[in-house]
Each structure stands twice: as C-alpha cells, then as structure tokens.
Design a protein around this ligand. Structure first.
Ligand code: S3P
Length: 441
C-alpha cells in the first residue's frame, strides 16, 4: 500500500524519442486470455502477459475458480485450465481497481451454478454496475448490488442462463464481453447490438478458439453451449504490445518537432487505434508496418515523427476506439495550436476517476486554458505552462501518466502525487519514460 502515497517529480525533457522494442502486453487482451485459458482443457502458455495489478487480480480470481497458474523459466505465464468447470470461491473475490475484471468475470461466473461475491477498491466500488446487472438478470442470473448507489460489491447467483437479444444502452466493450461470456454457458442464442463499434478482442479470441461468434455490422451473434459450456483447447498465445500504454509516448513524441519514436510489436486492432488518425489530423507523421503474424490480433511497428501540432475535433464513432487515450489526447490539445474539442465522451466520467473533471483540474493547475463540458472538453492551445503546486492522479493510472506527458514539456519540474495507481496497467512506465529521454525522481 506504500505505493498509494508515492509521488514523482517529472523533469522537462531536453529530447524525447528512440525505440521501445518490447512494449507491455495489452491489458484488455491479457484479461481475456487469462479467463479463456483458465477455462480451457490443458496447459496454455502466454507470452508477454501484462503482469500489472489489474491483470494479476484476474489471475487470482481464475485460481479461486480452480485454474492453476505459474510462470515458467522463460518468464511466460502458464495456465492450467479447468476444462470448463468452476469451483465456488471460498471468499469474496477482490478485483482491486479493475473494471474489466469485475464486469467480464461477472458474465463468466453468472453461467455457473455457483454463488460468488466480488468487490474492489473505492474507485471500483463507485463505478456503475447496473449496466451488467440488467442483461445478466434478463439471462436468468441473480445479481445483487450490495454497495451504495447500486455499485459493487456484487453477489452473483449463477446458472440456468438463456440467450437474449440485447441492445447495449452505451458503447461498452466490457458490457458486450460480459454478455458474450455469459452466453458461453447459456441455452439458446444471444444477439448483442452495439450503438457504436467498440473493441472486439472477446469476439476475436473466441473465434480463434473455434467458438463461432458472427459479426454483422453492429450485431454480434453467439449460440450458447448450455450448462456444459464450450470445449476450449489450451494453446500458446502472444499478447501484443498495449496500444493504450504506448499512446503516452506517441503523444509525447508527436508534440515535439523533430522527435522520432519507434514502437515495435504493438497491437493494431482498428478498434483501438483511432489515436493515430487524431495525431495525423494534428499534423504528426505516423508510419505503420504490419507484422505478418497470423493470429487473432493484428500487430506491427509504429513510427511517430513530431511536429508543432494543430488542434482538432474528436467525437462520434471515433470515441470508443480511443476512449482510454482521451486523457493524453487532452494533453496533445494543450500543446497544439488552436481549439481542440472532445465531445460525445460522457463515459469518461465513470472511468477509474471522472476523467473530464480530473484532467480539466490538473491542466488548469499548470496554466492550460480548458473548458469542461458535460461530454468532453474544449482546450485552447498552445498553453503557456506555469508550474504551481503538484498535480494529482485522482488514484487513476491514466491521469497520472497523461500528466507525466505534459510535464515533459513544462518549463520546470512537475510533482505528480499518488502515482502508485500506475501499477494497475503499466508497471514499467517510469523506466520506459527514462529510456525514451525523460528524467524522473
Ligand atoms: C475495456 C473497455 C473499455 C476501456 C477499458 C477496458 C475492455 O471500457 O475503457 O479500459 O477491456 O473491454 P468500456 O467498455 O466500459 O468503455
């Protein structure tokens, strides 16, 4: 817990760029592979699994259901699956800060005839869970929301599920995935209809395991396998580099004229990479070289060449495909010439923190002209940065990392408080920042 109060001082970077040959594994994909491998028949080996706090919480939960997990000599994760079975966990599962763990596991566990409680940290216990309770109860599970304001802890009484047709009220890959995972152990067919396209890792990973998920525009159809569930065969996986983690470096390089940054083995799933379009609109040069690796997810090398950025507008269908990048896109806006407008992003208010309020408050502390709006913000740049007191992470990893990127361009060192949360998604963040030219105490 000592990390919770840790602060860092990030110094202005004289130069920034270079190469990251092995970016951290993708968090969303690591969670999903952990869940599916834990239910598979046999031993799965997972290379480049992200050993962050969020993903470790998923691993602990899968162990509680009966999977056996260890690291091999090569440092890969080895998961011995339960061949489709799940024990009733003896104790409530603590999922820490991880919304993906809680929402996806709720779907998975609802399919089994077990009772399980799930809880998390203060942030997770304040995040909306009615969005998963509603479809899972329609499918036949009982989901009790035991916390204040219909939040976690959750108590799930699972089993006896039926497929449903469900139009998602919000664009959420977590809710979509929750319903699809529940359907694996349901009778009948589920159709999920998305309001806008969201990340499709669950669909791709299921397909690569031979589960026939069909996608027709915004409609995803999956035939349930009934109470026995599907037979998933163990296999070897390689987790692509996390686009959302290296996004911090992309913005840092893009906003610096003359900088050049090369990022290898990064996941290039088009439902994740809308930041690249934004950076191109802002004037940065972006070059992609896909790797010829036939697997569930496209992977490749990204090269970013920095310029003096110009402002842009971000909204509509683009939002779910850069939802986790919006804090650092706000930083790009602060460093760009003109008015950058982010709209249609009210979901940011229910992330690990209220990311609209947190970013606006932090950027204002450093002298950025930013107007907070209900569904986004308007940033007038380029900011003349001033350094007052420290800025805060709000216990939110992406706020801490986004502020570190702004600090690289500030005239004086910036103190960022409470940065232990960075461990939830990017344990090597500060080391990689130094590798690319930053200086941090
Ligand atoms: C995630 C989906 C997104 C994203 C989160 C991870 C996932 O959340 O913000 O960091 O792994 O499915 P929503 O689906 O709730 O928007």
């Amino acid at each position: 817990m000592s990390q919770v109060t840790q602060s860092v001082i990030v110094h202005p970077a004289q130069s920034f760029g270079g190469q990251l040959q092995q970016p951290p594994g993708d968090k969303s994909i690591s969670h999903r592979i952990a869940m599916l491998a834990a239910l598979a028949d046999g031993e799965s080996v997972v290379k480049n699994f992200l050993p962050s706090e969020d993903c470790v919480n998923t691993l602990r939960a899968m162990e509680a259901l009966g999977a056996r997990i260890h690291s091999n000599d090569a440092g890969d994760l080895v998961i011995n699956g339960t061949a489709g079975k799940a024990l009733e966990p003896a104790n409530p599962l603590d999922l820490g800060n991880s919304g993906t763990s809680m929402r996806l596991l709720a779907g998975l566990m609802a399919g089994f005839p077990i009772k399980v409680e799930m809880t998390g940290d203060e942030s997770l216990r304040s995040r909306p869970m009615i969005r998963i309770q509603a479809p899972l109860e329609q499918m036949g599970a009982k989901i009790e929301l035991l916390g204040a304001n219909n939040c976690a802890p959750l108590r799930i009484t699972g089993g006896g599920l039926k497929g449903i047709t469900y139009a998602l009220p919000m664009a959420s890959a977590q809710v979509k995935s929750c319903v699809l995972l529940a359907t694996l152990y349901a009778e009948g067919t589920t159709v999920v209809i998305e309001p806008r396209p969201t990340r499709d890792h669950t669909e791709r990973l299921l397909q690569s395991l031979g589960v026939p998920v069909t996608v027709d525009g915004l409609r995803i159809t999956l035939q349930g396998f009934g109470a026995k569930g599907p037979t998933l065969l163990a296999r070897e996986w390689t987790v692509p580099g996390d686009f959302s983690s290296v996004a911090f470096w992309m913005v840092a390089a893009a906003a610096r004229p003359g900088a050049r940054l090369t990022l290898d083995h990064v996941g290039l799933n088009p439902r994740r990479t809308a930041l690249l379009d934004v950076l191109r609109r802002m004037g940065a040069k972006v070059t992609l070289t896909p790797e010829q690796r036939p697997d569930a997810e496209p992977v490749g090398t990204i090269v970013i060449e920095g310029v003096g950025l110009r402002a842009t507008e971000i909204g509509g269908d683009e939002i779910p495909n850069l939802i986790d990048e919006l804090p650092v896109i706000a930083i790009a806006g602060a460093l760009a010439e003109g008015e950058t407008i982010i709209r249609d992003a009210a979901e940011l208010r229910v992330k690990e923190s209220d990311r609209i309020a947190a970013m606006a408050a932090n950027m204002r502390l450093l002298g950025v002209d930013v107007e907070e709006r209900a569904d986004g913000m308007c940033i007038r740049g380029p900011a003349t940065l001033k350094v007052g007191g420290g800025v805060r992470s709000y216990g939110d990893h992406r706020i801490a990392m986004a502020m570190a990127v702004l600090a690289l361009s500030a005239p004086e060192p910036v103190c960022i408080n409470n940065v232990g949360c960075v461990q939830t998604s990017y344990p090597n963040f500060w080391t990689d920042l130094k590798t690319l030219g930053g200086h941090v105490e």
